[in-house]
Design a protein around this ligand. Structure first.
Ligand SMILES: Cc1cc2nc3c(=O)[nH]c(=O)nc-3n(C[C@H](O)[C@H](O)[C@H](O)COP(=O)(O)OP(=O)(O)OC[C@H]3O[C@@H](n4cnc5c(N)ncnc54)[C@H](O)[C@@H]3O)c2cc1C
Length: 457
């Protein structure tokens, strides 16, 4: 792409997630048409990930957690493609488009908001059999698989198959994994009323985590509360346990357990977007020490990237791909990777880009954590709220209502907020949907069947 920005500074934003979308809309608000903006993402939408557990539980329609970039960012150029190289020395980024065509884009300012991807371990069968839970299509596929399995299990005469179909395994009990399994179990319990041939004792949900606790961000007391609640609901929580193997859907865990499971959901950690740590394609330096920051861009407090020879004045970063100093928590601390920080960092870095363009001094990022909140199924939740120096513990229905209300507030666009709330209201009246459509993965199957003169292939 040649520079045709009419003399305006060009801000190139890599990633259209929480950081990318917020940065672009803030820049538009602050600088209007004085700046040219390009956003690059392989998906033409931003995914509001905190709602994915409710997508996996059939409580929210998948489309309603997506914010369409082109609609929200009029005037910005949206390039649907993947960043394949970053050459900051030449102010150039290479983007690979759908048809493998390569596009070179130059910039005056670069924002790196590429987020994170699941961190896989070399466990036999994991890559072949598991599914992640970071994308809307993954959460939707989990919902579809679970609901379709209920139908298949209710009719099969094969007891071993039935057992396998009704065994759902989740690895990783952080917020994303813990919420995903809790919401999915809640959906199944709700759906069982329509399956007279199935009993709750037929269903096995297993949550495996290597740590001695789940939901690490909660207080000890709250962790115990959540653990008890999940166990009372029949979710088998295996702590200080590791997945050893998942070949052919046979799960082997480090406590000696071995069982067949038709669904394996991997939520055991993330790592920054891989393009950043490949020095062959990106010249931006990343943290190389082993640990939670490994592979992340080192951000300065003002959110410029710290290069090998000092700050890069035209490269900014934030969100899950960046190690951002957490000034509110003290020296040597870094912001946790969550949407709460990502969105606020994006606002700060957009303002700092405007300041840089206008020749004003940059401002450091400072945000005091507001706490954490999780839904654990209908009417169930837990929140740890940080009100100044005081920590407030909220549980059950009030926590669930607060978490839902907060996420509606944080979900981009009025239209999507309204659709989410309308969907919940409809579910209250007619109960949540129990249809799984796994056939969406093979949309041509019915047509091929017809073409094959009606004979099953
Ligand atoms: C299931 C789940 C539940 C969560 N719940 C909460 C919660 O309750 N509260 C909370 O605060 N946080 C929550 N989070 C975390 C939160 O969603 C993330 O911390 C936040 O989205 C990070 O923002 P980001 O912009 O850095 O990354 P993202 O929002 O992930 O955006 C990164 C973008 O970069 C794009 N991208 C990646 N690689 C490339 C490439 N090569 N080229 C171009 N584009 C690329 C991606 O497609 C994506 O759109 C949850 C996350 C998950 C998965």
């Amino acid at each position: 792409m040649t520079n045709t920005f009419g003399g305006k500074p060009h801000v190139l934003i890599l990633g259209g997630g929480s950081v990318g979308l917020t940065t672009a809309s803030e820049l538009r608000k602050t600088l209007g048409a004085e700046v040219a903006i390009t956003v690059v993402d392989p998906r033409p939408y931003m995914t509001y990930a905190p709602f994915l557990p409710e997508v996996g539980a059939g409580s929210i329609d998948p489309r309603n957690v997506l914010a369409p970039l082109r609609k929200i960012l009029p005037g910005a150029k949206v390039v649907t493609g993947s960043v394949s190289a970053i050459r900051s020395a030449e102010n150039t980024v290479v983007v690979e488009l759908e048809d493998e065509e390569k596009l070179e884009i130059t910039y005056d300012y670069l924002v790196v908001g590429l987020g994170a991807v699941p961190r896989l371990l070399p466990i036999p069968g994991l890559a072949e059999n598991a599914i992640g839970f970071k994308q809307v299509e993954e959460a939707t596929a989990v919902r579809d698989r679970i609901l379709a399995n209920l139908g298949e299990a209710a009719t099969t005469k094969d007891p071993a198959l039935r057992k396998r179909l009704l065994t759902f395994t989740f690895i990783g009990g952080g917020f994303a994994g813990g919420e995903a399994v809790s919401e999915a179990e809640d959906m199944v319990r709700d759906a069982l009323r329509y399956y007279p041939d199935l009993h709750s004792s037929d269903i096995r949900f297993v949550l495996v985590d290597g740590a001695p606790f789940i939901f690490p961000e909660l207080t000890e007391d709250q962790r115990a509360y959540v653990l008890n609640q999940l166990r009372e609901r029949g979710i088998e929580v295996k702590l200080e346990t590791f997945l050893n193997s998942a070949e052919n859907g046979v799960i082997k865990t480090s406590d000696g357990d071995e069982f067949e499971s038709d669904l394996l959901v991997w939520n055991a950690g993330v790592k920054p977007a891989p393009v950043l740590s490949d020095s062959e394609v990106s010249d931006l330096p990343v943290v190389t020490e082993r640990g939670p920051l490994m592979g992340k861009l080192e951000a300065l407090p003002d959110l410029r990237v710290n290069g090998a020879d000092g700050p890069l004045d035209d490269v900014f970063t934030g969100g899950d791909c960046a190690a951002v100093p957490d000034l509110a928590s003290g020296e040597g601390k870094f912001c946790p990777p969550n949407a709460q920080h990502a969105v606020r960092q994006a606002k700060r870095l957009a303002d700092n880009i405007a300041r840089s363009i206008q020749g004003r001094p940059l401002v450091d990022y400072y945000h005091r954590n507001l706490g954490v909140m999780a839904t654990l199924g209908m009417y169930k939740g837990v929140c740890r709220l940080q009100l100044g120096e005081k920590e407030v513990d909220v549980r059950g229905l009030p926590a669930w209502a607060m978490a839902r209300a907060y996420h509606v507030y944080a979900m981009p666009t009025f239209g999507r907020k309204a659709s989410v709330v309308a969907g919940w209201a409809t579910n209250l009246i007619s109960r949540r949907d129990i249809i799984g459509i796994p056939q969406t993965e093979t949309p041509r199957a019915a047509f091929e069947y017809a073409a094959n003169t009606g004979k099953k292939k």
